[in-house]
Design a protein around this ligand. Structure first.
Ligand SMILES: NC(=O)c1ccc[n+]([C@@H]2O[C@H](COP(=O)([O-])OP(=O)(O)OC[C@H]3O[C@@H](n4cnc5c(N)ncnc54)[C@H](OP(=O)(O)O)[C@@H]3O)[C@@H](O)[C@H]2O)c1
Length: 248
């Protein structure tokens, strides 16, 4: 297939990571479709990307919490994309989630239930067509439960496990690729209130480039900055009796 005909759909197109990923694909001559809750925000992103790259960018209303609308959402797209990327996520507020079950539910549904179910709809469509790539932006926060963000982290852990299972199921069909992205820290709206160590903190542009390059190399799991692979290895090795005293 000619590069000019390839279509990528980005769910969560208004996020910093979604925008940077869209730009990376548009610069590589992909047609970009952006989906999200706010059509005016998506339109602004689409106009910027089109102006920088002259590529066609379309926008589509999508709410990851509205699971009943998923089939109709996919049916209404102009075409079945070659690649679908779920960037949707919600950090939320851990202390609030500890007492506010509605907020806890929103975090769990936004990071796990919704992304898993919409990608599941695409998996079946890709199977029917015979090819396609599915990318989920998960998080290293899912590698081990921490006191400071375990609603978010456990939902990302569920999402990573889901992507892993779907990848293993679809591996029998050599033309369907599932990639999990664990970006580490990224400087975005989500983390603007945090002091992040520069060595382990990527830019949204680095994430966009890593997604494109990981897809081209058909990777299963990528850490945007490779140092995270070793950080996670160490974090996993810390015995629970010590880990619980670290106040992480
Ligand atoms: N920043 C980091 O350090 C970091 C690290 C690891 C993983 N991640 C993951 O990377 C992804 C992007 O995060 P970001 O840092 O770029 O933060 P962000 O700007 O807050 O992005 C979150 C995105 O999810 C969308 N979203 C939230 N709830 C939604 C809903 N109900 N329906 C549709 N879209 C919804 C937001 O749309 P609205 O604009 O409508 O709110 C936004 O586009 C997330 O999955 C995040 O968990 C981020």
């Amino acid at each position: 297939m000619a590069a000019a005909e390839r279509v990528v759909l980005i769910l969560g197109g208004t996020s910093d990571i979604g925008r940077a990923t869209a730009l990376a694909f548009a610069q590589s001559q992909w047609t970009v479709r952006l989906a999200g809750r706010s059509l005016p925000d998506l339109q602004r992103e689409a106009d910027d990307i089109s102006a920088c790259t002259t590529r066609q960018v379309t926008i589509h209303a999508f709410d990851v919490l509205d699971t009943a609308s998923f089939t109709a959402f996919v049916d209404a797209l102009p075409d079945l994309p070659d690649v679908v990327i779920s960037v949707v996520g919600l950090l939320g507020e851990q202390p609030r989630a500890e007492t506010d079950l509605d907020h806890a539910k929103e975090i769990i549904r936004s990071n796990y239930e919704g992304p898993a179910l919409i990608l599941s709809v695409f998996a079946e469509r890709f199977l029917g067509r015979g090819y396609g790539s599915i990318v989920g932006i998960s998080s290293v926060a899912g590698e081990r439960g921490r006191s400071s963000n375990y609603f978010y982290g456990s939902a990302k852990a569920g999402f990573s496990a889901f992507l892993s299972g779907m990848r293993n199921r679809l591996a029998i069909n050599g033309n369907i690729h599932v990639m999990t992205v664990k970006p580490g820290f990224v400087r975005t709206k989500m983390t603007e209130h945090m002091k992040l160590p520069p060595l382990v903190t990527a830019t949204p542009a680095e994430v966009g480039e890593a997604v494109l390059s990981g897809l081209n190399r058909r990777k299963d799991v990528i850490y945007v900055r490779s140092i995270w692979f070793f950080v996670i290895l160490i974090i996993r090795l810390i015995p629970e009796r010590i880990f619980k005293r670290l106040g992480l």
